[in-house]
Design a protein around this ligand. Sequence first.
Ligand code: SAM
Ligand code: SF4
Length: 296
Amino acid sequence: MIDRCGRNIDYLRISVTDRCNLRCIYCMPEEGVQHVSRSLILQEEEILRICRVMAELGIRKIKLTGGEPLVRSGMPQLVEKLKNMTGIEKVTLTTNGVLLKEQMKDFARAGLDGLNISLDTLDEACSRRITRRDELNRTLEGISEALKYPEISLKINCVPLGIPEQDLCRVAFLARDYKVHVRFIEMMPIGYGKDFQFRGESEICEILEKAYGRMTPIKERYGNGPCHYYDVDGFSGKIGFISAVSHKFCGECNRIRLTSQGFLKTCLQYAAGRDLRAMIRSGGSDEELKAVILEA
Ligand code: SAM
Ligand code: SF4
């Protein structure tokens, strides 16, 4: 699918649930999260149907996300079905890692290609402040388990918040000691993220260079997204940055998003899109679905 700006849209991010077992301060409120009734969330067959139609239109890579995708049951089975779908080349998952340890083997068996695990800090108190839960250890167990499957590419995502005790260097160190890429994501001024101090790429680079020495920008991309990477001497993995605020990358965007309620969003920053759930549930054909997706 080539859009009106000439961009090849081949990547679909699917939110499989709006629920989560953490309450990160930049993502969700502490109390009173209104959960959508299950009947309004896309069922597995509906997700698979949309993906099949999307694959026929040129989607090649699928990322499963949330909320927290692992609180939805049957995720390894969904991965396996997507991996067996004609046209789909890569299936990856973004998770907070809390429920990963128990499911990692099943994901490996299902053929998962890549995992992004969110880890903003290695300090327990800081993690409690950011996530409002006491689950850092389980996330770390999830990461250890994931490291047992070198065939599944592993990336750590860290949103630097500007909290004094946040140990960015310790998180970056994971890329020295293990074959993982550590990526720093600039806080985007969306949702609860609007309330937080923005820490840009140049500031983080400066902090890391003081600790580890020179960081050399490299051209390799390691995935489908807008992350750019640096080499650091003596590190097994790379250090990456997803800098939506300081480095605009809209011109290279290759993705569309499907919300857990089946709304197709063409851009994270705008509400515009199409209600695919309504089409499916009112008996729309595959051809009608395709027409609406192309029009969006
Ligand atoms: N629950 C999973 C997780 O935390 O990895 C998947 C969903 S979460 C919304 C996906 C990623 O978005 C996480 O790495 C999270 O840190 C990041 N994120 C959430 N709000 C953000 C914001 N305002 N700016 C930048 N990244 C954000
Ligand atoms: Fe949950 Fe991920 Fe949001 Fe944190 S960032 S509250 S783990 S969905």
